[in-house]
Every structure is written in C-alpha cells, then in structure tokens.
Write a protein that binds this ligand. Structure first.
Ligand code: GDG
Length: 458
C-alpha cells in the first residue's frame, strides 16, 4: 500500500510543540528550521511523536506540512524512549561514559515502536518517494521500511556519534541494529570517523566487503558518508543584532560588575562534561589562579530526560558541586557559580553568548555540538573566546578555538586560563576565522548536501 507524499521525514519528534491555546507552534532548533521549507516546498509529510503519553492524535496539516503523529503509551515512553534509546543506545554511542543498561523488554519495545513508525511511513509515501529517517531512536526503521517498500529512496542521518567497533559489539542484538541501518541507501554521520566505524562494522559483524564509502548488501549499494550539521546562522545573527537583545547582554554584564564571565549552556546530560567544567573552575579558585572578584561561571543546565536514573544522579552531583564551590568561595551577594536549572528562550541565550568573555563547551563526547557554533555566530562583534572539547564534532571545523581534552582537568584549566589571558587582537582574529567557517556551512547547506547525495546514490 502506498500513499501520496513524495517526501517524508521520519523523526522521533514531530516538528511542533503543543501551545497553551490547544494548538501547535513550530519547535525551535536548526533541524526543523532547515527541513521545514523543504517539506513545505515538496508538499511533504513528517512522521513523529507528539511528546505526550497515550495520545491518539489524528494526522493534521501545519504550515504546509502533513504531520502524522505516532502515539506512544506511558509504557512505550518508559521502555522505548527512556529505556532503550536513552539508557542503552545513548550512553553506548557516547563512549559508554555512563554504563549502558540492557533490558530485553526495552529492546522489544524499541523494535515494536520502530515498526509503528515504519508502517505509518510506508502508508504515507508515494511510489518512488524519498524518505529521510533521523537518529538513534529509529535505527531499525530503514530496513523495516525497505522490506515493504523497496521502491523508496531511503536516507538515514545519525545526529550522535557512531561508536568504535569494539564498543558496538557490546550491544545485545547488535546485528539487527546494523541491518536496520543498512536498509537505507545513504547513511549520514557527523564525522568521517563515524562513517568508517560503521563500514568496518559491516565487515566484522556481517562479513561484507566495504570499499571506500560504500558497501554492497543484498544486491544493493549502501553509501556511508559524513555530513556535519550546522545552525541557522541568520536566526542567531538577527538576534545578536537586535537592540533589545544587546541591551539584555549589557544589563547582564552590569549585574556581574567587572568580573570576567565564563559561560556554559547545555542540556543537563552526562556527555556534556558539566562536572569536569565545574571541577576545573573549582580548582582554579582553589589554586588562586582566579578569584571570586575576578570571574564568574554562569551555567545554564536545561532540564532533560528527568525520569532516567542516570540524569537524576547527574543532577544531584552537579548541584552538590555548585553548592560546594559557592559555599567555599562565595560571598554575600556574590557567588562564583550561577547555576540555572531552567530552559531559557533563544533571545536570552544569545544575550548570554554576547555577554560571555569565555564560552566553555567541554563534552566528553558529542556528535556535533550546536552551542559552540551558535556562540561563534552570535559574536558579530568578533569578541569572546571559545574553549572547546576535542571530542565534539564541532572541533574539526572550529580549530581556532582553545581546544581541550575535558578528561584531563589540567588541560581544561589550561584552556580556560589561556582564553582568559588572550589579547583582544588574538581573540578577534580567531573569532573572524571561525565565523567564516560557520557562515560557509549553514544548516540549509547541510540539508541540501544530504538530499543531493541521496538523489545521486540511489
Ligand atoms: C544532538 C547531538 C548534535 C540548549 N539549552 C537551551 C536551548 N538549547 C539549544 C541550544 C542548541 C540545542 O539546544 C542543543 O544542541 P547541541 O548540539 O548542543 O546538543 P544535543 O541536544 O545533545 O543535540 C549533538 C545535535 O543533536 C544536532 O545534530 O549537534 O551532538 O547530541 O541549539 O541552543 N534552547 C533554548 N533554551 C535553552 O535553555 N531555547
């Protein structure tokens, strides 16, 4: 059975959020910004979850897109989303920086939910349509889809890292997951190394013979290549030039007096290296390298995956450390760490980017890291310094940043100090170079390159 849509996007979440008036608003974020115009132009459809439990939401049209909700029960959310996706695959694909948890029921739920996504997509896509599947929650979908609809052109993009062979081998039912991805014509990754890991794995696990960026499977060719994602540069620059946002940035600076501002903005996730950043700042204060009079760390930790045990434990550890630092080095009315366990709106984030002397992005492992690119895009004044972990995809493009190994606290401290000590001329030169890179590689270009490659390979 086939449908009428020539282009279908399949992602864990629909590109909308429930509004207070009972309607929908478009979700923020680069992926939606980049893909929405393409879906609208092609009169396409988007298959995804609404974000709520036990929903029997009907398909609906939104701003030129046909949105097809896949309902998840509370049990599906528990097992497929919080379990297999976020407590098994997520940690394992991020170098197992937290111990991955394995449960048979989670794997079964993952397969069942992937099947539902695949069935919904198969029913919507027109004969010969292009389908673009996204991310680690839906890795079985390409093969499930191909089984019923060999006529489709299927692309898959993984937003997170793809692990080295030895680590992937730890996964129960690992071959199924790999075969799931091999259902696609084109598998896209953030970095070339990830594509290599994937191709090596096809040899090790399935005895296939990958050559260059391709592998033959069941008489078809699957191509694996890197397509580093980026941001909506215009959106960030518009905000950075907005007089209200600039005023907000000035106000923020005033509030902090003449102290240098170090900034962290992350989802509260153990991959982001927030604990390592706090430890480094703690030691700088303890060593006397910086004092509470001279510097302040503002950490926005956006609430994330709050029902997953590892995230609750991380929150406790982070909050304990913030309390320790502020208790030891703070003064009445002047704390060294300002910790915000809150989601802030985009304008406010950009105001913070503009106000920050040093942006500290220190993930232990990150597919790309858009915050680093947003910071660079926001610095229309060529000011500010970026301290960036080598273990982010962004490090490959932003090599004029102060690159650090966040696993080594000494190195993180060295990077933070070097950024604080650098001359304005040095910093402006670095920022100009990085801004040119971000300008060149926007999220629109990323989407176009992926879809052009998909059209070419299949
Ligand atoms: C995954 C991969 C890859 C954060 N706090 C707030 C807020 N944000 C926005 C940031 C940024 C986005 O969320 C986070 O993107 P990242 O790339 O930094 O990280 P993940 O969420 O882990 O994303 C990652 C990405 O997918 C894309 O492929 O780069 O490697 O892990 O845009 O600005 N936005 C608002 N309030 C907040 O408090 N409005």
């Amino acid at each position: 059975m086939s449908g009428t849509y020539q282009f279908v996007v399949v992602a864990n979440r629909l590109p909308v959020d429930a509004a207070e008036d009972g309607g929908w608003t478009r979700s923020p974020g680069g992926l939606v910004t980049a893909v929405h115009p393409i879906v609208r132009r092609l009169g396409g459809a988007w298959v995804g979850w609404t974000g709520g439990a036990d929903e029997e939401a009907e398909p609906f049209d939104f701003d030129g897109m046909h949105l097809h909700p896949v309902g998840l029960s509370a049990r599906d959310i528990d097992r497929f989303y919080e379990g297999q996706s976020n407590a098994t695959i997520w940690p394992l694909f991020h170098d197992a920086v937290e111990q991955p948890v394995h449960h048979r029921e989670w794997r079964e739920a993952y397969e069942a939910v992937n099947r539902r996504f695949a069935d919904a997509t198969a029913a919507l896509a027109a004969e010969g349509a292009t389908v673009w599947v996204h991310d680690y929650q839906l890795m079985l979908v390409p093969a499930m889809l191909r089984e019923h609809r060999p006529d489709l052109r299927i692309g898959f993009f993984l937003h997170i890292p793809f692990p080295p062979v030895e680590l992937f081998m730890q996964l129960p039912r690992r071959a199924d997951l790999l075969r799931g991805l091999l259902g696609a014509d084109l598998v896209g990754f953030q970095r070339p190394l990830a594509a290599q890991n994937f191709l090596q794995l096809t040899e090790r696990l399935l005895g296939l013979s990958p050559k260059e960026d391709r592998v033959e499977v069941d008489g078809r060719t699957v191509t694996a290549r890197a397509f580093p994602i980026s941001i909506d540069v215009d959106e960030i620059e518009e905000l950075a030039n907005d007089p209200e946002v600039r005023e907000q940035a000035r106000h923020l600076r005033q509030e902090l007096g003449d102290r240098r501002l170090l900034l962290g903005v992350d989802r509260l996730d153990y991959t982001k290296g927030i604990e390592q950043r706090l430890k480094a700042f703690h030691e700088l204060l303890r060593d006397g390298t910086v004092t509470n009079e001279e510097a302040v760390l503002v950490q926005v930790a956006t609430p994330s995956r709050l029902r997953v045990a590892q995230y609750q434990q991380l929150r406790d550890r982070v909050e304990l450390e913030v309390g320790r630092i502020n208790g030891e080095f703070g003064d009445v009315g002047r704390a060294p760490v300002h910790y915000l366990f809150q989601s802030r709106d985009r304008a406010e984030l950009v105001a913070m980017y503009l106000a920050a002397d040093v942006m500290v992005v220190s993930p232990l492992r990150d597919g790309m890291n858009l915050v680093a690119k947003e910071y660079v895009a926001a610095r229309v004044d060529d000011g500010g310094a970026l301290v960036l972990s080598e273990f982010t995809g962004a490090a490959a493009e932003l090599d004029e940043s102060f690159l650090v190994n966040p696993h080594d606290v000494e190195d993180l401290k060295r990077g933070m100090c070097a950024a604080l000590a650098a001359s304005p001329q040095d910093l402006a030169g670095r920022m100009r170079t990085m801004r040119a890179v971000v300008h060149e590689h926007t999220v629109d270009r990323w989407a176009k390159e992926f879809l052009d490659a998909l059209a070419d390979v299949s």
